[in-house]
Design a protein around this ligand. Sequence first.
Ligand SMILES: Nc1ncnc2c1ncn2[C@@H]1O[C@H](COP(=O)(O)OP(=O)(O)OP(=O)(O)O)[C@@H](O)[C@H]1O
Ligand SMILES: [Mg+2]
Length: 320
Amino acid sequence: AGRHLGQPFECEGWWQAAGGRRRIRIRGRSAGPGDLGMLGLVWNVTREHAFQVRLTQSEKLESLGRMAGGLAHDFNNHLAVLVGNLELLDAAVGREPGVRRRLDTIDRTITAATALVRSLLTFARRRTVEMESIRPTELLDELHEMLASLLGRQIRVVRDAGDAALVVDASREQLQNALLNLCVNARDAMPDGGELTLGAAAVAIACEHCRICGEEVTGSFVAISVRDSGAGIPLALQERIFEPFFTTKAEGQGTGLGLAAVAGCVTSHQGHLLLDSTPGGGSCFRILLPFTQGAVGDCSSGAGSGAATAVGRKAIVASA
Ligand SMILES: Nc1ncnc2c1ncn2[C@@H]1O[C@H](COP(=O)(O)OP(=O)(O)OP(=O)(O)O)[C@@H](O)[C@H]1O
Ligand SMILES: [Mg+2]
């Protein structure tokens, strides 16, 4: 801490207070030569410290995104060449069964690689987002159907009574893919079965922490939620799960790109993501989409206004 006799000093550390752990900063001077005392002030910098940690985290994600996006973009071009040539080969080869089998294997591999690259591009926001008016409850209906074959019998799907009148401006494909990723994660967190709850509702949020941009969020939003009764996510891991390639799954079971793609989708929609999870108590992921133009607020230091970014975006209540 650079403390010398008579010299000013500053140090920071953790203090275990009765109400929980506090981050404190001490600024002061030693009280004089030969004196072991000191004069100074102790500041509670818990919030500032938490904000700094989140900022570093989102900066890290941002640079990872740039790198991944650049790589995925070029890789995508190489894949396009492979697909084109495969089609030509396919036409030329005829019915030779051995060759056809191999061509099919190449085709499946390219399809898997394309899906991977698409997730990376979504994470890095290098894909064009085509917005359309979507009713979140309809999206959940479609998802519900898809889930039947995906989840197995052990998992019960519950639908929260959603507000069918809600409409958001969003990319159907990206949102569907994000929700599917959340549901597959929920399934994996409940290997012995459990409950998966899907919901869509208008919500008022007060100073909650967005897991993607790291800021505190306040305002009215349309929330699409995926809740599971599974294992929950340890606190130490919650900071890392949105990083691309971060996975706790066995080799071949997960690439760690699901939540990275969810993060990209949420950012493309100028939305936020809230996570409530306790080990043993399940997890709830909530995607927040802007509710009405200009209604987006946040508690962080005056980052301009939400209005500029909200231009052209809307979430309306249909009059039907
Ligand atoms: N609902 C959940 N419950 C418990 N842990 C979760 C949940 N969702 C995500 N996780 C944790 O976050 C990690 C990262 O998730 P992510 O979807 O990005 O990758 P993955 O599921 O491991 O692989 P992929 O989605 O690419 O197949 C998971 O490995 C898991 O540890
Ligand atoms: Mg996943």
